[in-house]
Design a binder for this molecule. Sequence first.
Ligand SMILES: O=C(O)CCC(=O)C(=O)O
Length: 282
Amino acid sequence: MTTSSDTGTRTPGITVSSPETTDLRAGYDKDGVVQVPNLLSATEVATIRAAFMDRVAVDHSLAINDGVPEDDVLARFPRFVHPHRRPDLEVGKLALDYLLDPRIFGIVTTLIGPPLGAQSMFYFKPPGARGQALHQDNTFLRAHPETCIAAWIAIDDVDADNGGLAIVPGSHRTELVCPEPADLGESFTNAQVPVPDGLSTVQTVMKAGDVLFFHGSVVHGSRSNTSQDRFRRSLIFHYIPESSVEIAAFYHPLVHPDRRDVFIAEATGGGPCGDLLDGMDA
Ligand SMILES: O=C(O)CCC(=O)C(=O)O
């Protein structure tokens, strides 16, 4: 639950707690999503923000091709995928260091047991940018037999106006759901899953440096950034339990906490929901 001092400045209706309490595990089991305020300092966030902004101005080699038109603002600010695989670059070193940072890694361990790193991403989401329609991450990672977990780090203050994440607490108890076509006016991805019966979306409210942890079946996504001048940048990590036996090929090599590459069996097939998934990543 949100503490009284956080009212209005943090996400309502989910556990918002420091890592020292037992609330996080209980909240994660109940809702599939918890928020840790101020896990990264303002200085750390400023360093991450500046490094990625410097890199995107000169180099898109870390960007994934989302097929956006040339005049789309996302063509200038594409999302970066797997920057941790380029530790020779400042952004890559930062991504790898924070992927394995004991503060984040420790909370993930509390929530799912010993993990392996599977993915890093950076979203710039400038004013006017479309969001990413509702989806469930494990549709893409296909971790088996347990699911993945995301650590979503706010690099700017986040709310509905700048396209903050919307989440569906409790949806981790539902099966992966087949997506339907998304509204391409709001989303740069083409598929969206419906909100499961009896559940509803909650708009996240975060301060830069907060981290949201959520289960691989939690339905989540974001709408357009409708603010005039506020970016909504985020550094996002995915982890899977060390005991996982399968993962989609895109996530190889996995990262052990001692920085070793780890390979497990590749999940086969197109996922449960077919063609809409082609070319999409979580
Ligand atoms: O940050 C967003 O808008 C979407 C990110 C997301 O859905 C994800 O990390 O799976």
